[in-house]
Structures are given as C-alpha cells and as structure tokens.
Design a protein around this ligand. Sequence first.
Ligand code: GTP
Ligand code: MG
Length: 216
Amino acid sequence: MKIISAEFMISAVSNRQYPSGILPEIAFVGRSNVGKSSLINSLLNRKKLVKTSATPGKTQMINFFDVNHELVFADLPGYGFAKVPKAVQKKWQGLVEQYLTKRENLQVVVLIVDIRRKPTDLDLHMQEWLEQYEVDYILVATKADKLTQAEQSRQLKKIRQAFLKDTDQELVAYSSKNQRGRKELWKLLQRRINDIDSASNKKGASLIQPGQDDPV
Ligand SMILES: Nc1nc2c(ncn2[C@@H]2O[C@H](COP(=O)(O)OP(=O)(O)OP(=O)(O)O)[C@@H](O)[C@H]2O)c(=O)[nH]1
Ligand SMILES: [Mg+2]
C-alpha cells in the first residue's frame, strides 16, 4: 500500500467522539508497551505520527488516524499494565470492550504480542473474546529484531501452539525497527479490505461514498 497521507483525527474517550463516516477501520490491540503505536508508525512509514514510549500505559484513549482518506487506523489503549490503579484499568476495559463490540466500521483487529514472551492469560483472554464476538483478527508477533533467526522460529512455534492451536491461521513476525513483516501484514490487511469492498459492491453499494471519505 502506498501511503500518500496519514493524519491524526481524534483521541476518543467515549463512543460519542468516534469519527463519523464509513471508512473501513483497522484496530490495533495488545498489552501495554507491546509496540502497538510503533507498529502503526511502521505500517504508515512515519516516524512520529503516533507517540511511542518506553513507559507502559501511555496510550489511554482510542487514537484514530486517517490513512489515504481510504482507511482508518484505531490505536487502542494497552491492557495489563499492573501499575495503573484498578479504577483506571476498569475504565480502559470499558472503552476497549465498547469499541470492539459496537464499532460498525471495524473490519479487522491486529492482535499484537511480544515475540519474546510466553502469551499471557490476558492475551489469550483477548483472543477468546474476539472469537466469541466474531471479530476478525490477525495475530502479529512484534519486536522480532530482538531475537536471532533461530530464536524467532522457536518462539513463533510456541505462539502458534498457544494461540492458533497449530491451525494454518496467519501469524506475522514483525519488527517496527527494521520493517520485517511490513509487506506481509499490509497484504493481509488489504485482502480483508478488498473482500469487504467486493462484498458491498455485489450488493450494489460502494463502501466509499463520494464526499464521505474526508476526515471529520
Ligand atoms: N526493538 C524494537 N523495539 C520496539 C519495537 N516496537 C516497539 N518497540 C519499543 O517498545 C516500546 C513501546 O512501544 P510503543 O509502540 O509505545 O508500545 P505501545 O504498545 O503503543 O504502548 P502503550 O501505548 O503504552 O500501550 C518503545 O520503547 C518502542 O521503541 C520493535 O519492533 N523492535
Ligand atoms: Mg501506544
């Protein structure tokens, strides 16, 4: 995908603030500090469009980005950061759950895990939850640059066993540092979007209506 424009739209703390319009949306989900914001920057070829931080729990709202006036990316707050007070964690959880169950524009979730870590219960819980609500998702193991090739293969195998029960569902090894996996992930995302486009064209309606593709 050629990135012609990538612009911040809005930070939302409730569904009333979600951008209007009907562009297909891709959401990025994962543990706090796993590398969600870095992955978005990497996909969009931008260094600092999305703020990243070595301090976990930085993204506390849903940040929306317009991509080429064709797509919307939603950067969701990370889960599982123990130092955040319970009440705040509850609020985030509510925000994320409401988004994932109610957002009609949402087409696919990119579920991000750390390639070096054993999947946590929270990761597995999130996956179960997506399956329960029938939200389509792509599993991505990021920070691949931190491991040798052999270690990466070993970890990918473990992650596949834990999450995908050895099915042939996609698992993308990614590095926001050296762009490994970028092409592959874009291909999978575009395939999802194209499928949706052609499904809606079959019904005689175009997903992107003239005049409605501008960010609000
Ligand atoms: N080496 C390496 N470091 C990465 C990669 N992705 C993210 N990081 C680093 O990991 C830290 C967290 O990255 P973020 O992108 O801010 O993570 P996040 O998931 O958005 O974090 P929260 O918004 O706090 O939930 C930063 O220090 C990044 O530089 C990667 O692919 N490779
Ligand atoms: Mg972030």
